[in-house]
Design a protein. Structure first.
Lengths: 309, 309
């Protein structure tokens, strides 16, 4: 706590700098941070995600104390990102019922009275990588998280993609491997990417956690195969200039060479670009020590601040 | 010819109006048109695609005679759409060898000395539908052609999508139907959408043309199933506000209700939007009497003209 106090004092001493509040709103925990305009994390905390009634006052108080200039929220979904919609800023049809149809953006705007940016957690992470990480300078690329779920953030033409809704690209349909008899873990889709390859699918398929399975090559060969099939479809549809893979499952670094090899094999020479020719630099791990989400949220805050000036 | 002459005279009489040249460059034929700013086709012609040496002088002469103010080219691919690339405006690794690495944009620019826009044929068609057809007013939507090949044009955030390359979304991988023993027709990918569902795949699977198969329900049930699987992946990844289906195979209108039903079944209630709730207005046929391509090319010409002013 002393460390926090020192940091806070530091903030006040250099108040000419911007203080961007960042909230990575997850289904399990809420990660808060204060980040300066250079992407330096000055303060951070984590709170369990309970109900809006319990959790929101704690978060609001945390940000109020830190006198932020703007806030950026990257949320679990589905969420309404359509600025022209009457429910813009709401978490919508989430299975976390306490948060269903909750106006999270509105609650922060009202309590903090600062400019506020809003997007999905994975779009925020894509923006984080594009602003401070390995996608810096690119106007187009994707960030994929493979953890308890699978989500994809998409940057295209320099903007985050959200059209009818936002990408739900963890739910694309894949062909099941003929050696894999697992029934899939998605309640909606028999053979979707998330149902076959997210962390819980791995655990249910083998009855062990991903960490316990670390040294069993077949596990990661199958996993890399599913990831590669998904990447081929992302490449064919979005043609990103870089593919960044993050999330808990991707901490299994042995996956990367397997994914690259299998993706190239499936593309089979059809896409001839300099990026695919350098596939080790094309399909890469997240580059910001798992801070890509909050850094992206800070960027959302900065963008919201710029818009309001 | 008399009609053409009258039209040309009309052009000259109202020279205050803009005359946009449109070229839909296909692997089999080149369709040329002159279109005014309201999207009215004032003149059109079609020429076989031979070699650049034979075909280009004819096309250039056609446009020169018509005194166009700008030209828009929608080409077969792959093509280099990256404006910062030294080979911007080239048709690149096409199997039509005479056109491989041919600078089609540069040739027209040099000969006609007017502003010139350049994109893929399917992106042009998407732009045509967005400018004059059923996607009018939308900033996001996709146009899919299913004919001798399968291509997808993508409009997102109000712009046509081309990043690393352009979408090659006819080549996404699909799960083969268990009743379908056809080996697929794509030389690159065993189970890609184009290999399983483009016109030549239908003809090879059954040994008859699509027209001859019109009254056999199983043919269209299988075809609609593949199209629906592809649409689910496009929806999950791009979240378009409208999906327009054109091309020769889609003239089989009995496909539409089958595709809508199967797509809804595969989505299985996961995506809850007003668009999906009105699926008859969401998945629709091309609306411009097969003029979506040249009208989009005219829009490319207009955009190029505006940029140069």
């Amino acid at each position: 706590m002393l460390y926090d106090t020192i940091l806070r004092r530091n903030f006040n001493q250099r108040c000419k700098h911007m203080l961007y509040g960042a909230l990575e709103a997850g289904g399990t925990k809420m990660v808060t941070a204060v980040i300066n305009e250079k992407g330096r994390v000055l303060d951070r905390a984590s709170f369990p995600t309970e109900t809006p009634e319990k959790t929101m006052p704690v978060l609001i108080e945390w940000f109020k104390e830190r006198k932020i200039d703007a806030i950026g929220i990257g949320t679990f979904g589905p969420a309404d990102l359509d600025r022209s919609s009457p429910t813009y800023g709401y978490i919508t049809s989430t299975p976390k019922l306490a948060w269903k149809n909750y106006n999270i953006l509105g609650a922060f705007k009202e309590a903090l009275n600062v400019p506020a940016g809003f997007d999905t957690d994975v779009n925020a992470a894509a923006l984080g990588e594009a602003s401070f990480g390995c996608m810096k300078g690119l106007t187009d690329g994707i960030y994929i998280t493979i953890g308890t779920g699978i989500g994809v953030g998409v940057l295209t033409n320099g903007k985050l993609l959200h059209e009818m809704l936002h990408p739900e690209a963890g739910h694309i349909l894949l062909t099941q491997d003929p050696t894999d008899t697992f029934a899939g873990n998605c309640p909606y889709h028999k053979n979707c990417f998330e149902g076959l390859a997210a962390g819980p699918a791995i655990e249910k398929r083998y009855g062990k956690s991903a960490k316990e399975l670390k040294d069993i090559p077949e596990v990661w060969k199958l996993e890399a195969g599913y990831i590669a099939k998904a990447l081929v479809n992302y490449i064919m549809i979005l043609s990103p200039k870089k593919i960044v893979l993050g999330g808990g499952v991707m901490h299994q670094e042995q996956l990367f060479p397997l994914i690259r090899k299998k993706t190239a094999k499936l593309l089979n020479g059809y896409i001839n670009t300099k990026e695919i020719a350098s596939i080790d630099d094309y399909i890469v791990p997240a580059s910001l020590n798992d801070n890509q989400g909050i850094l992206g949220c800070a960027k959302l805050a900065e963008l919201a601040y710029s818009e309001c000036r």
